[in-house]
Write a protein that binds this ligand. Structure first.
Ligand SMILES: *[C@@H]1O[C@H](CO)[C@@H](O)[C@H](O)[C@H]1NC(C)=O
Ligand SMILES: *[C@@H]1O[C@H](CO)[C@@H](O)[C@H](O)[C@H]1NC(C)=O
Ligand SMILES: *[C@@H]1O[C@H](CO)[C@@H](O)[C@H](O)[C@H]1NC(C)=O
Ligand SMILES: *[C@@H]1O[C@H](CO)[C@@H](O)[C@H](O)[C@H]1NC(C)=O
Ligand SMILES: *[C@@H]1O[C@H](CO)[C@@H](O)[C@H](O)[C@H]1NC(C)=O
Length: 444
């Protein structure tokens, strides 16, 4: 009974005049398309309407070379007289792409940049306050790998760039610490961290007008562990718009966007200033020690060079104090582990050992300011078998030059409780400064 009524209703729908008209139109257009498509085959003369899809693109790319030539001839616009640029005498070059340009822009930043920190970093009323307040003892060796994450916050809160009035701020700092959340039993897992971070970001966008004004593109957060990579994954604005300042800066990682995010140098906490071992006192060619687990590249390195008598290459720990390796060698290897980053580059800089970077896809910190090739050697994974010939072919002159450059850049890889000019804090916020001026609506 119900079934026949259902069929009856379907038939009634088919007989509805609008449906019939629709079917008719469909049939007529198909027939017309067929006709115009094939008539030119039936009749030998050209058919004016040709409906098949042309092979050429639908738009025309102007041939710019002819375009400009024509314009010049026709309109005779006087070309501005450009003074022939005489290049300065070629110096061996410092470690900067352009020190003067950088210096003046840096000074500009020091007088103008303002960063607002959401009050949880100061207030202490949040029930997760340990994740927001600055760490009380960042030099605790157990924090080693996350030192940069904690020092960024401490430096910022002590810095002259801190905005008291958020309306004057260029950037907004979301002060959660991924490392602290990782150690909080209420959060801990990567999934809960990203959930926590998403909820916090939503809360800030509800309580203040700043997030909504820019979609979060003038907001940033800082982390120095690969667990932080996932942190933004449950908040699309945090992921696509906000700036991730991270040690794990790899072009190869989906959640790191080189044009938007910022590489943070991973620095091991070392409070003292060690005496510098001069180049001639460095008797060993190469030093490396590290775990092989999770790293095919390190395994290849060990397999190739373990027995070489001029190199100190160890899987796991060293038979002498770790620091001795950096002091006694001319070159110190940074070899990709699970991540592209480790503290070895800043360790090498600290002990004035020229870093050799074997870590493809690493978006090296401050690379738009520093010319890494002037104080380090960058070697492709695939060239591990050539490592020794690459290093011994570097002349003594060039080595000494790199050594001098290294002395100049060391200060960029140091953190201070109260930040100093050109230290890691200021170099990192300089990267933000270069990204300032996003479009935003006026604040509510
Ligand atoms: C563009 O114009 C130049 C100069 O007339 C010509 O040599 C070249 O073949 C043209 N290229 C294309 C793609 O048409
Ligand atoms: C600190 O937090 C408390 C409780 O949430 C709030 O009443 C107070 O206004 C906050 N202080 C600042 C400076 O934001
Ligand atoms: C600021 O600097 C002082 C010393 O320079 C230090 O004691 C303090 O812990 C630093 N950090 C903060 C967040 O105040
Ligand atoms: C920002 O946008 C969100 C989502 O659209 C909304 O819930 C929130 O109230 C807005 N914040 C402000 C301060 O208006
Ligand atoms: C290094 O020495 C070990 C033990 O003497 C040997 O088994 C291995 O094949 C050597 N490796 C290379 C690359 O020569």
């Amino acid at each position: 009974m119900g079934r026949t009524r259902e069929l009856g209703r379907r038939r009634a729908i088919l007989h509805h005049p609008l449906v019939l008209m629709g079917l008719l139109v469909l049939i007529l257009t198909s027939a017309a398309a067929w006709f115009f498509e094939y008539t030119h085959l039936l009749f030998p003369w050209p058919v004016p309407v040709h409906l098949s899809i042309p092979n050429q693109p639908l738009y025309i790319v102007p041939n710019t070379s002819t375009h400009f030539e024509e314009e010049e001839e026709e309109e005779e616009i006087p070309m501005p007289q450009i003074k022939k640029h005489v290049p300065p005498p070629r110096r061996q070059g410092g470690p900067y792409h352009d020190w003067e340009l950088f210096r003046s822009d840096f000074e500009d930043m020091m007088t103008h940049l303002k960063i607002f920190v959401y009050p949880d970093a100061i207030n202490g009323s949040n029930s997760f306050k340990d994740a927001f307040l600055p760490h009380r003892n960042p030099f605790d060796p157990r924090l080693g790998n996350y030192f940069s994450e904690h020092m960024f916050k401490i430096s910022l809160l002590n810095s002259t760039l801190l905005a008291t009035n958020p309306r004057e701020a260029h950037f907004f700092f979301l002060p959660f610490s991924i490392n602290a959340l990782r150690n909080d039993p209420r959060v801990r897992s990567e999934a809960s961290i990203s959930e926590f971070v998403a909820r916090y970001t939503d809360a800030m966008s509800r309580d203040y007008g700043f997030w909504n004004a820019s979609g979060g593109s003038d907001h940033f957060y800082v982390c120095c562990h690969s667990v932080g990579r996932d942190a933004a994954s449950r908040h699309s604005g945090l992921h696509t718009n906000a700036i991730q300042v991270t040690c794990s800066a790899s072009y190869f990682q989906r959640l790191y966007m080189a044009h938007k995010d910022v590489a943070l140098p991973q620095v091991w906490p070392r409070s003292s200033e060690d005496p510098i071992t001069p180049p001639q006192a460095r008797k060993r060619l190469v030093f490396f020690a590290g775990r092989l687990k999770n790293s095919r590249v390190r395994q290849e390195l060990i397999a190739a060079w373990r027995n070489d008598t001029s190199m100190d290459i160890f899987s796991g720990s060293t038979p002498f104090p770790y620091e001795e390796g950096f002091r006694n060698s001319r070159y110190c290897l940074h070899v990709k582990g699970y991540e592209v980053n480790t503290a070895r580059i800043s360790d090498a800089l600290h002990y004035c050992c020229i870093p050799v970077i074997i870590s493809n896809h690493y978006d090296l910190p401050f690379a738009n300011v520093l010319d890494w090739s002037k104080f380090s050697v960058i070697v492709n994974h695939g060239d591990i078998p050539l490592l020794k010939s690459i290093l011994v072919s570097i002349s003594k002159e060039l080595y000494l030059d790199m050594f001098q450059n290294l002395l100049k850049v060391r200060k960029h890889f140091r953190w201070h409780m109260t930040p100093r000019d050109y230290d890691s804090f200021h170099m990192t916020v300089y990267q933000l400064w270069l990204k300032r001026g996003v479009h935003r609506l006026s604040f509510l």
